[in-house]
Design a protein around this ligand. Structure first.
Ligand code: AQP
Length: 329
């Protein structure tokens, strides 16, 4: 059985982009793969954070993932398993500055003020490579934004194998969903939907009520034209494309099919149909999330047991990597 690893940062409540780009696929994959799903709390320190918020968001994200259907035995938080930090350091010393300089997510997150960002944000992709390779995972379901980081992880694995003269780390295959791999902000169709966007109206989060969802869709930015009948008519209309893509992904239909249903109609009718569809799928997840969030003892128990399992899988792999680089034990 192939091993799958994927992670999510507890930097806020997971949103519709995380759901369609990652979580929904995790639920499918766990049926026939050996899966590990991780709240990557160490990555959450790469941007300014509050300890109290990190604690709360780690538990809230755990609740969201469980409510979405993730198997509790597959879930843990990164910092509880030392293999991540240990292999991450080795990879800091294998990865090249030239490789990291090309990472577009660093450029996007750091913006013009690079000098003031943490060193952690810069080496984030090295830790991400360690997250996956500490388990010899070969399949990684992610949104499109992570494609470049997975290419870098493969470069690191190959260089490690080459330098140590042994085929130790396997190559990783990204599993990027064919549709809605990049859900965009509801306020600006050129920006990806993100937990850290200052506008709460830009995203639907997995504990929004039915009213919140309907209101956010009603207020989502659109344009004045009716909906086109073909994809070519979405050229230069990123907000319309985004909403239609969300509709297609949520209903498991093609964009062409959805366009043919709504061709020529105004956004009023379409937005009502989209809100109904989202409420139907997400409102039960939100109800269960809120219920689980009240049971902190259970959430902590899930994380502790998941960490134990993750330690058992990663320990022999990372100990062997440490031996290969020359550490004495
Ligand atoms: N907008 C998105 N569309 C599709 N997939 C997405 N993912 C994130 N945003 C979108 C996928 O969700 C998984 C977990 O992402 P993450 O939380 O680890 O990091 P991120 O990509 O940095 O997500 P955010 O929401 O933008 O968080 P912040 O604001 O904290 O940086 C990944 O598989 C990602 O591809």
């Amino acid at each position: 059985m192939q091993r799958v690893f994927s992670g999510i940062q507890p930097t806020g409540i997971p949103h519709l982009g995380n759901y369609l780009g990652a979580i929904r696929n995790w639920v499918t994959l766990q049926k026939d793969h050996d899966c590990l799903f991780c709240l990557v709390d160490m990555h959450s320190l790469t941007m300014p954070w509050s300890p109290e918020a990190l604690r709360e968001q780690t538990l809230a994200s755990t609740a969201c993932l469980l409510a979405s259907g993730i198997d509790p035995t597959r879930l843990y938080n990164q910092s509880a398993v030392s293999a991540h930090a240990r292999l991450g350091w080795i990879f800091n010393c294998v990865s090249r500055l030239g490789w990291l300089n090309r990472m577009t997510q660093f450029k996007d997150k750091a913006g013009k003020n690079r000098e003031n960002h943490s060193a952690g944000l810069y080496v984030y992709p090295n830790l991400m490579a360690a997250d996956i390779l500490a388990f010899h995972a070969t399949r990684v379901p992610v949104g499109d934004d992570q494609r470049q980081h997975l290419e870098l992880a493969n470069d690191i694995a190959q260089k490690f194998n080459h330098d140590m003269g042994v085929e130790f780390f396997p190559l990783i295959e990204p599993l990027i969903p064919p549709h809605a791999a990049r859900v965009m902000s509801l306020r600006d169709g050129s920006k990806k939907m993100s937990k850290s966007d200052p506008s709460a109206q830009s995203r639907i989060i997995l504990n929004d009520t039915a009213d919140d969802i309907a209101q956010k869709i009603r207020k989502a930015r659109t344009d004045a034209e009716p909906l086109p009948s073909e994809e070519a008519g979405l050229e230069g209309r990123p907000e319309a494309r985004n909403l239609l893509t969300i509709y297609a992904a949520m209903s498991n239909r093609t964009l062409a099919d959805v366009l043919s249903q709504f061709a020529g109609q105004g956004f009023g009718t379409f937005k009502q149909a989209l809100a109904d569809l989202l409420v139907e799928t997400l409102a039960p997840v939100a109800d269960e999330t809120r219920r689980l969030m009240d049971d902190k003892a259970y959430l902590m128990q899930v994380l502790r047991q998941g960490a134990e399992r993750a330690r058992a899988v990663s320990e022999p792999i990372v100990s062997e990597a440490e031996k290969l680089v020359g550490f004495l034990r």
